[in-house]
Design a protein. Structure first.
Length: 102
């Protein structure tokens, strides 16, 4: 591959989103449902329960895909979510797929 080619995206150009969901988000299948939603989008990342009762989500990919994924998670699980805190950045890729972690 030509290192001077513009057809390749640089690893630093990946979009990343971190979300913290609060409400009744643990013990209701939230992580599993998020994993199922992730299969519909070109995203990588993880979802996990936090000790403080919230659920942490990190998703990486193209900005439009990641934002659409978050919107769908919020739509599908809206009955359990009281609040969502979101932080975005660009970074180098950290994931190969989308998983539930502990």
């Amino acid at each position: 591959m030509n290192p001077h080619s513009n057809t390749m995206t640089t690893p630093a150009s990946i979009f990343s989103l971190e979300a913290h969901f609060s409400g009744r988000v643990q013990g209701v299948g939230f992580r599993y449902s998020t994993l199922q939603v992730a299969k519909e989008f070109e995203v990588t990342g993880e979802v996990k329960n936090l000790a403080d009762g919230r659920v942490y989500l990190r998703a990486e990919g193209k900005r439009g895909e990641v934002e659409a994924f978050l919107e769908e998670v919020q739509r599908v699980l809206r009955m359990y979510i009281r609040d969502t805190e979101v932080k975005t950045e660009t970074c180098t890729p950290n994931y190969k797929g989308f998983t539930i972690t502990r």
